[in-house]
Design a protein around this ligand. Sequence first.
Ligand code: SAH
Length: 220
Amino acid sequence: MTLSLQGMGMTSLRTRERMIKRLSEQGVQNKRVLEIMRDTPRHIFMDEALSSRAYEDTALPIGYNQTISQPYIVAKMTELLLEASGRLGNVLEIGTGCGYQTAILAQLVDHVYSVERILPLQRKAKSHLWDLKLKNISFYYGDGNLGWPDYAPFDGILASAAPAEVPLQLLEQLAIGGVMVIPIGLSGDQVLQRVTRTIDGYDIEKLETVTFVPFLSGKE
Ligand code: SAH
């Protein structure tokens, strides 16, 4: 898929290529994920004042006390989601934020259902994703603790905020054979986990230490 917006200057393809090289040095192996991150402009998801830093491997503020996830985390979580299942049908994302992770997912799976609890962030994300002409995304303004039962079960669930433990409703909305990638734990003590639903339960892999904003309750 060719995206409609190309970057300029510091935000050019060359800058993105450097980001991709760094991601592979950090251990990201999935070629499709790397290609799509190379071709997706990340700077359009942030305020202009920060756009020259868009390709640094760091989380950056997007307002409302939230951050855009660092490129390594976006790549790693996407890779973990795809690794287990190959092609994914429908994926539930909790925490749309600025919409960058949504954009990456939408180019790799059939449909993304994305839930966000802060309305102005959701509005901005929608407009960026519209600019990129990504249409296989549905947005829901609500509390991700409840998932999105109307479209369950999901082949994949990806959360970009960390709850203390996996919300029950998300476990219930995972298809058998489906995979959830989610950071778990309180601030300063979080681990990225992959939960796979089997016929008789859930397998849990604890992967690496991470830093995410907290998974909150209710809407703002
Ligand atoms: N992938 C996003 C991450 C944004 S930060 C990006 O790169 O921009 C995490 C996001 O999760 C925030 O936008 C926050 O508002 C949202 N969030 C936290 N708890 C949530 C919940 N219970 N339901 C829905 N969204 C939630």
